[in-house]
Design a protein around this ligand. Structure first.
Ligand code: FE2
Length: 316
Protein backbone atom coordinates (compact mmCIF):
# COMPACT_ATOMS: atom_id res chain seq x y z
CA UNK A 1 0.00 0.00 0.00
CA UNK A 2 1.36 3.44 -0.87
CA UNK A 3 2.11 6.08 1.71
CA UNK A 4 -0.47 8.49 0.27
CA UNK A 5 -3.16 5.81 0.57
CA UNK A 6 -2.20 5.34 4.23
CA UNK A 7 -2.45 9.08 4.84
CA UNK A 8 -5.82 9.28 3.06
CA UNK A 9 -7.17 6.40 5.15
CA UNK A 10 -5.88 8.00 8.36
CA UNK A 11 -7.65 11.25 7.46
CA UNK A 12 -10.88 9.41 6.67
CA UNK A 13 -10.62 7.54 9.95
CA UNK A 14 -10.04 10.76 11.89
CA UNK A 15 -12.91 12.55 10.16
CA UNK A 16 -15.19 9.64 10.95
CA UNK A 17 -14.16 9.55 14.61
CA UNK A 18 -14.88 13.22 15.06
CA UNK A 19 -18.46 12.97 13.91
CA UNK A 20 -21.13 14.08 16.33
CA UNK A 21 -22.85 12.98 18.41
CA UNK A 22 -21.11 9.74 19.38
CA UNK A 23 -17.61 10.21 17.90
CA UNK A 24 -17.38 6.62 16.69
CA UNK A 25 -16.53 4.91 13.43
CA UNK A 26 -19.07 2.87 11.45
CA UNK A 27 -17.33 -0.29 12.62
CA UNK A 28 -17.60 0.80 16.28
CA UNK A 29 -21.26 1.65 15.71
CA UNK A 30 -21.87 -1.91 14.52
CA UNK A 31 -19.92 -3.43 17.43
CA UNK A 32 -21.70 -1.27 20.03
CA UNK A 33 -25.11 -2.26 18.64
CA UNK A 34 -24.14 -5.92 18.92
CA UNK A 35 -22.91 -5.31 22.48
CA UNK A 36 -26.23 -3.72 23.49
CA UNK A 37 -28.17 -6.53 21.81
CA UNK A 38 -26.29 -9.15 23.87
CA UNK A 39 -26.01 -7.23 27.17
CA UNK A 40 -27.19 -8.76 30.45
CA UNK A 41 -29.41 -7.33 31.74
CA UNK A 42 -30.84 -6.04 28.47
CA UNK A 43 -30.89 -2.22 28.29
CA UNK A 44 -34.20 -2.48 26.40
CA UNK A 45 -37.28 -4.10 27.91
CA UNK A 46 -38.99 -6.64 25.66
CA UNK A 47 -40.87 -9.91 25.66
CA UNK A 48 -38.33 -12.72 25.36
CA UNK A 49 -38.83 -15.05 22.44
CA UNK A 50 -36.23 -17.60 23.56
CA UNK A 51 -34.07 -18.66 26.51
CA UNK A 52 -31.11 -16.33 25.91
CA UNK A 53 -33.43 -13.34 25.59
CA UNK A 54 -35.21 -14.41 28.78
CA UNK A 55 -31.84 -14.41 30.60
CA UNK A 56 -31.24 -10.86 29.34
CA UNK A 57 -34.63 -9.74 30.64
CA UNK A 58 -34.53 -11.61 33.95
CA UNK A 59 -32.35 -9.21 35.96
CA UNK A 60 -34.30 -6.08 35.04
CA UNK A 61 -35.59 -4.85 38.44
CA UNK A 62 -39.31 -5.41 39.14
CA UNK A 63 -39.88 -1.71 39.85
CA UNK A 64 -38.64 -0.92 36.33
CA UNK A 65 -40.88 -3.59 34.82
CA UNK A 66 -43.79 -2.04 36.69
CA UNK A 67 -43.06 1.41 35.24
CA UNK A 68 -42.66 -0.02 31.73
CA UNK A 69 -45.88 -2.04 31.95
CA UNK A 70 -47.84 1.07 32.96
CA UNK A 71 -46.39 2.99 29.97
CA UNK A 72 -46.70 0.29 27.33
CA UNK A 73 -49.89 1.50 25.65
CA UNK A 74 -48.90 5.15 25.51
CA UNK A 75 -48.34 6.74 22.10
CA UNK A 76 -48.73 10.26 20.76
CA UNK A 77 -51.90 10.44 18.71
CA UNK A 78 -51.63 11.44 15.03
CA UNK A 79 -53.08 14.91 15.69
CA UNK A 80 -50.58 15.51 18.50
CA UNK A 81 -47.72 14.48 16.21
CA UNK A 82 -49.04 16.72 13.40
CA UNK A 83 -49.39 19.70 15.75
CA UNK A 84 -45.90 19.14 17.20
CA UNK A 85 -44.48 19.03 13.66
CA UNK A 86 -46.16 22.32 12.91
CA UNK A 87 -44.66 23.90 16.04
CA UNK A 88 -41.22 22.49 15.19
CA UNK A 89 -41.31 23.73 11.60
CA UNK A 90 -38.20 25.69 10.51
CA UNK A 91 -40.50 28.03 8.58
CA UNK A 92 -42.53 30.89 9.96
CA UNK A 93 -46.28 30.37 10.00
CA UNK A 94 -48.57 32.43 7.78
CA UNK A 95 -48.86 35.05 10.55
CA UNK A 96 -45.09 35.60 10.42
CA UNK A 97 -44.12 33.77 13.64
CA UNK A 98 -42.26 30.57 14.37
CA UNK A 99 -44.15 27.78 16.12
CA UNK A 100 -43.86 27.56 19.89
CA UNK A 101 -41.42 24.62 19.90
CA UNK A 102 -39.12 26.19 17.27
CA UNK A 103 -39.14 29.42 19.28
CA UNK A 104 -38.00 27.53 22.39
CA UNK A 105 -35.29 25.75 20.35
CA UNK A 106 -33.94 29.13 19.21
CA UNK A 107 -33.85 30.43 22.80
CA UNK A 108 -32.16 27.28 24.09
CA UNK A 109 -29.60 27.26 21.26
CA UNK A 110 -28.72 30.85 22.09
CA UNK A 111 -28.34 30.07 25.80
CA UNK A 112 -26.23 26.94 25.15
CA UNK A 113 -24.80 26.52 21.65
CA UNK A 114 -22.60 23.57 22.71
CA UNK A 115 -25.12 21.02 21.44
CA UNK A 116 -28.36 21.16 19.40
CA UNK A 117 -31.23 21.63 21.86
CA UNK A 118 -34.12 19.35 22.78
CA UNK A 119 -37.26 20.22 24.74
CA UNK A 120 -38.23 18.97 28.19
CA UNK A 121 -41.94 19.01 28.96
CA UNK A 122 -42.78 18.47 32.62
CA UNK A 123 -45.94 16.47 33.20
CA UNK A 124 -46.31 18.13 36.62
CA UNK A 125 -45.60 21.66 37.86
CA UNK A 126 -44.56 24.86 36.11
CA UNK A 127 -41.93 25.37 33.43
CA UNK A 128 -39.59 28.03 32.14
CA UNK A 129 -41.15 28.91 28.77
CA UNK A 130 -44.84 28.49 29.61
CA UNK A 131 -45.20 32.26 29.19
CA UNK A 132 -44.41 31.97 25.47
CA UNK A 133 -47.68 30.12 24.94
CA UNK A 134 -49.46 33.17 26.32
CA UNK A 135 -47.65 35.40 23.82
CA UNK A 136 -49.06 33.17 21.07
CA UNK A 137 -52.55 33.61 22.50
CA UNK A 138 -52.86 30.01 23.60
CA UNK A 139 -53.23 30.31 27.36
CA UNK A 140 -55.08 32.89 29.37
CA UNK A 141 -52.82 33.57 32.29
CA UNK A 142 -49.73 31.53 33.07
CA UNK A 143 -48.95 33.13 36.43
CA UNK A 144 -45.16 33.04 36.42
CA UNK A 145 -42.12 34.14 34.47
CA UNK A 146 -39.54 32.34 36.57
CA UNK A 147 -37.62 29.18 35.79
CA UNK A 148 -40.39 26.98 37.17
CA UNK A 149 -40.10 23.80 39.19
CA UNK A 150 -37.39 21.16 39.17
CA UNK A 151 -37.55 17.39 39.52
CA UNK A 152 -40.77 16.38 37.80
CA UNK A 153 -40.93 12.58 38.09
CA UNK A 154 -42.51 12.29 34.62
CA UNK A 155 -41.18 14.21 31.63
CA UNK A 156 -41.96 14.22 27.90
CA UNK A 157 -38.87 14.96 25.82
CA UNK A 158 -39.06 16.22 22.25
CA UNK A 159 -35.96 15.51 20.16
CA UNK A 160 -35.76 17.40 16.86
CA UNK A 161 -34.10 15.28 14.15
CA UNK A 162 -30.28 15.26 14.51
CA UNK A 163 -30.36 17.00 17.89
CA UNK A 164 -28.80 15.34 20.95
CA UNK A 165 -28.13 15.60 24.69
CA UNK A 166 -24.74 15.81 26.39
CA UNK A 167 -23.49 12.69 28.19
CA UNK A 168 -25.34 12.80 31.51
CA UNK A 169 -25.99 10.71 34.60
CA UNK A 170 -29.35 10.09 36.23
CA UNK A 171 -27.63 9.73 39.59
CA UNK A 172 -29.39 7.41 41.98
CA UNK A 173 -32.77 7.52 40.30
CA UNK A 174 -34.49 4.50 38.79
CA UNK A 175 -36.40 5.09 35.60
CA UNK A 176 -37.50 4.38 32.09
CA UNK A 177 -37.09 6.05 28.69
CA UNK A 178 -40.15 5.05 26.65
CA UNK A 179 -40.20 5.96 22.95
CA UNK A 180 -43.52 7.57 21.97
CA UNK A 181 -42.87 8.70 18.41
CA UNK A 182 -40.11 8.84 15.79
CA UNK A 183 -36.81 7.18 16.62
CA UNK A 184 -34.13 7.67 19.28
CA UNK A 185 -30.58 6.39 19.66
CA UNK A 186 -29.33 5.81 23.21
CA UNK A 187 -25.59 5.40 23.88
CA UNK A 188 -24.75 3.88 27.25
CA UNK A 189 -21.53 4.68 29.14
CA UNK A 190 -19.89 2.97 32.11
CA UNK A 191 -19.19 6.27 33.96
CA UNK A 192 -19.69 10.02 33.72
CA UNK A 193 -16.61 11.04 31.80
CA UNK A 194 -15.99 12.36 28.28
CA UNK A 195 -13.73 9.37 27.65
CA UNK A 196 -15.94 6.85 29.44
CA UNK A 197 -16.14 3.36 28.02
CA UNK A 198 -19.17 2.90 25.76
CA UNK A 199 -21.30 -0.03 26.90
CA UNK A 200 -23.61 -0.24 23.92
CA UNK A 201 -25.79 1.61 21.44
CA UNK A 202 -29.46 0.94 20.90
CA UNK A 203 -32.25 2.46 18.80
CA UNK A 204 -35.71 2.87 20.29
CA UNK A 205 -38.83 2.84 18.11
CA UNK A 206 -42.34 3.73 19.37
CA UNK A 207 -43.40 1.31 22.11
CA UNK A 208 -39.82 0.33 23.02
CA UNK A 209 -38.52 1.12 26.47
CA UNK A 210 -34.99 1.57 27.83
CA UNK A 211 -34.32 1.74 31.57
CA UNK A 212 -31.75 2.79 34.15
CA UNK A 213 -30.97 2.52 37.85
CA UNK A 214 -28.17 3.87 40.01
CA UNK A 215 -26.10 0.72 39.38
CA UNK A 216 -27.13 -0.12 35.84
CA UNK A 217 -27.04 2.14 32.77
CA UNK A 218 -27.42 5.49 34.66
CA UNK A 219 -25.13 7.36 32.19
CA UNK A 220 -26.22 7.95 28.61
CA UNK A 221 -26.49 10.27 25.64
CA UNK A 222 -29.70 10.48 23.57
CA UNK A 223 -29.84 11.45 19.87
CA UNK A 224 -32.60 11.59 17.28
CA UNK A 225 -31.18 9.99 14.09
CA UNK A 226 -34.01 11.11 11.75
CA UNK A 227 -33.54 13.44 8.78
CA UNK A 228 -32.60 16.92 10.02
CA UNK A 229 -32.07 18.47 6.58
CA UNK A 230 -28.94 20.20 5.34
CA UNK A 231 -25.65 20.17 7.23
CA UNK A 232 -24.02 17.88 9.78
CA UNK A 233 -25.04 17.79 13.41
CA UNK A 234 -22.72 19.22 16.05
CA UNK A 235 -22.36 22.38 18.17
CA UNK A 236 -24.54 25.26 16.84
CA UNK A 237 -26.42 22.94 14.46
CA UNK A 238 -30.13 23.68 14.14
CA UNK A 239 -32.12 21.32 11.97
CA UNK A 240 -34.27 22.38 9.04
CA UNK A 241 -37.05 19.77 9.09
CA UNK A 242 -40.14 19.01 11.19
CA UNK A 243 -38.98 15.45 11.98
CA UNK A 244 -38.65 14.52 15.65
CA UNK A 245 -38.53 11.73 18.18
CA UNK A 246 -40.47 11.89 21.45
CA UNK A 247 -39.81 9.98 24.64
CA UNK A 248 -41.60 9.63 27.96
CA UNK A 249 -39.28 9.52 30.98
CA UNK A 250 -40.04 8.42 34.52
CA UNK A 251 -37.51 8.91 37.32
CA UNK A 252 -38.03 7.67 40.84
CA UNK A 253 -35.77 8.79 43.67
CA UNK A 254 -34.19 6.12 45.80
CA UNK A 255 -36.72 6.47 48.65
CA UNK A 256 -39.56 6.01 46.16
CA UNK A 257 -38.40 2.60 44.97
CA UNK A 258 -39.21 0.14 47.75
CA UNK A 259 -38.60 -2.81 45.47
CA UNK A 260 -35.00 -1.82 44.67
CA UNK A 261 -32.15 -3.23 46.78
CA UNK A 262 -30.98 -0.28 48.87
CA UNK A 263 -27.45 0.77 49.55
CA UNK A 264 -27.57 2.16 53.10
CA UNK A 265 -23.93 3.22 53.17
CA UNK A 266 -23.46 6.88 53.91
CA UNK A 267 -21.60 9.02 51.43
CA UNK A 268 -18.36 10.00 53.18
CA UNK A 269 -16.44 11.02 50.11
CA UNK A 270 -16.21 14.81 49.79
CA UNK A 271 -16.37 14.59 46.04
CA UNK A 272 -19.53 12.58 46.27
CA UNK A 273 -21.33 15.39 48.11
CA UNK A 274 -21.14 17.36 44.91
CA UNK A 275 -22.82 14.59 42.95
CA UNK A 276 -26.58 14.66 42.42
CA UNK A 277 -28.46 11.73 43.86
CA UNK A 278 -32.03 12.80 43.11
CA UNK A 279 -33.87 13.91 39.97
CA UNK A 280 -33.75 17.60 41.07
CA UNK A 281 -30.39 17.84 39.33
CA UNK A 282 -28.37 15.62 37.01
CA UNK A 283 -24.63 15.70 36.46
CA UNK A 284 -23.40 15.95 32.90
CA UNK A 285 -20.30 16.45 30.79
CA UNK A 286 -20.10 19.87 29.18
CA UNK A 287 -19.63 19.52 25.43
CA UNK A 288 -17.45 22.62 25.31
CA UNK A 289 -14.62 21.78 27.70
CA UNK A 290 -15.48 18.13 28.52
CA UNK A 291 -15.67 18.81 32.28
CA UNK A 292 -18.42 17.85 34.73
CA UNK A 293 -21.22 20.22 35.64
CA UNK A 294 -24.66 20.09 37.18
CA UNK A 295 -27.98 20.56 35.36
CA UNK A 296 -30.91 21.60 37.54
CA UNK A 297 -33.87 19.81 36.01
CA UNK A 298 -35.99 22.81 35.10
CA UNK A 299 -38.32 22.01 32.25
CA UNK A 300 -39.07 24.11 29.19
CA UNK A 301 -42.84 23.62 29.02
CA UNK A 302 -45.59 22.15 31.15
CA UNK A 303 -47.70 19.42 29.61
CA UNK A 304 -50.95 21.23 30.53
CA UNK A 305 -49.75 24.26 28.54
CA UNK A 306 -48.36 22.29 25.59
CA UNK A 307 -51.49 20.16 25.36
CA UNK A 308 -53.66 23.26 25.12
CA UNK A 309 -51.34 24.72 22.47
CA UNK A 310 -51.49 21.49 20.45
CA UNK A 311 -55.28 21.26 20.78
CA UNK A 312 -55.67 24.85 19.55
CA UNK A 313 -53.33 24.41 16.59
CA UNK A 314 -55.03 24.48 13.21
CA UNK A 315 -54.02 21.49 11.15
CA UNK A 316 -54.45 21.79 7.42
FE1 FE2 B 1 -31.38 11.04 30.22
Amino acid sequence: MTNSKHIKEDHEHEACEKEYPFHITKEEDRELRQKAAKAIPSPVISQASFFDEYVQQLMIPPVVMDMARKAENMRLSPWEVAAMRKHLSPFKHHHGKYGLLRKILHLKAKADPSHPPYIRVACTGKSQYDYLAEADGHTQKPPHKDKGDVGSPVVLEIWPAQHYSPIHSHGETTGIVFCLAGQLDVMLYDSLDWNAKKLGLTTLNPGQCAWLSKDTYPVHRVYCPLNGGEGKTGPRFMNSTEEFGASFHVYLNEDETPMMPHDHEEHHDDNEKKISHTRNAFDYIKEKDKTKDKFKTHSDLSWSVLRRVLAETELS
